[in-house]
Design a binder for this molecule. Structure first.
Ligand code: AP5
Ligand code: MG
Length: 246
């Protein structure tokens, strides 16, 4: 086990290969598997951090897994680097087995409360996940594109932990440094304006059928707004009720 601090909460992080996840300590909800979806920059990472803090779920982000491979220059990381940098989707044939294997490993730790960020992003990913690990809730963050374009310009991340900052909205205590480790913050390769444009275009072209898919499974819950500070209290209230019923 290693320990990592997420926004003031000491977390216990079992190290399993390339998996990137964190959870707060304490009793965890059982038999809950939530996916969180939304356009690039809609606040999935930001809202996930708060859900994990308040509801003690294990967390896995497909984007963090990919960035970790790229940063460690694994064979897979070298292969996908140009795809991610251009804002395109990594082929499902490569990513789906990796994410599903990571979820299986998480389950093998005996924990049964999970939050998955950024996956699925195509109907074939959703169908595959439904066969292997069916979610019992799919959260969709519905944030206007104009809001997103402005936010992404001032986003900085701490690559090793996935912690997200924004120079306007939640700046680091010391400019350019991670609050917890003091290490350097960086901008994401795919946050260049042309890549952001591509990511938004792709999102728009792929997302409707996925939302329809989860609507038909009766697990879809949409939260709309422009401010994570306004959206999160709604998510929190909903989850408090939802988890009581599980
Ligand atoms: P991924 O890492 O999942 O990126 P994304 O979906 O593009 O989403 P982001 O991480 O950019 O945004 P977010 O919604 O988490 O927002 P955040 O909280 O940071 O994927 C990256 C790439 O990996 C993909 O493009 C693709 O290539 C590949 N990939 C990943 N999954 C894949 C899959 N399943 N299949 C195929 N390929 C896949 O917030 C954004 C900013 O806004 C931050 O700076 C934040 O601080 C700020 N902010 C948040 N709330 C507010 C607010 N209220 N006011 C102002 N600023 C705010
Ligand atoms: Mg994110």
């Amino acid at each position: 086990m290693i320990f990592r601090q997420i926004r003031g909460v000491i977390t216990e992080v079992p190290v399993i290969k390339s998996m990137r996840f964190f959870s707060s300590s304490g009793p965890r909800p059982k038999n809950v598997f939530i996916v969180i979806m939304g356009p690039p920059g809609s606040g999935k990472g930001t809202i996930s951090e708060r859900i994990v803090r308040d509801f003690k779920l294990l967390y896995l982000s497909s984007g963090d897994v990919l960035r970790n491979h790229i940063s460690n220059q694994t064979e897979f990381g070298v292969q996908i680097k140009p795809i991610v940098a251009a804002g395109k989707l990594v082929p499902s044939s490569l990513l789906t087995p990796m994410i599903e294997a990571d979820i299986s490993k998480l389950k093998s730790t005996g924990d049964t409360g999970f939050l998955l960020d950024g996956f699925p992003r195509s109907v074939d990913q959703a169908e595959s996940l439904q066969r292997t690990h069916p979610p019992n809730l799919a959260i969709q963050l519905d944030v206007p594109f104009e809001t997103i374009i402005n936010r992404i310009k001032s986003r900085y991340i701490h690559l090793p932990s996935g912690r997200v900052y924004n120079l306007d909205y939640n700046p680091p205590k010391v400019t350019g440094k991670d609050d917890v480790t003091g290490e350097a913050l960086t901008q994401r390769e795919d946050d260049k304006p042309e890549s952001v444009k591509k990511r938004l275009e792709i999102y728009q072209s792929v997302m409707d059928p996925i939302l329809e898919y989860y609507k038909n499974k009766q697990v879809l819950q949409v939260f709309s707004g422009t401010e994570s500070n306004v959206i999160y209290p709604q998510v929190k209230r909903f989850l408090e009720d939802f988890l009581k019923k599980q």
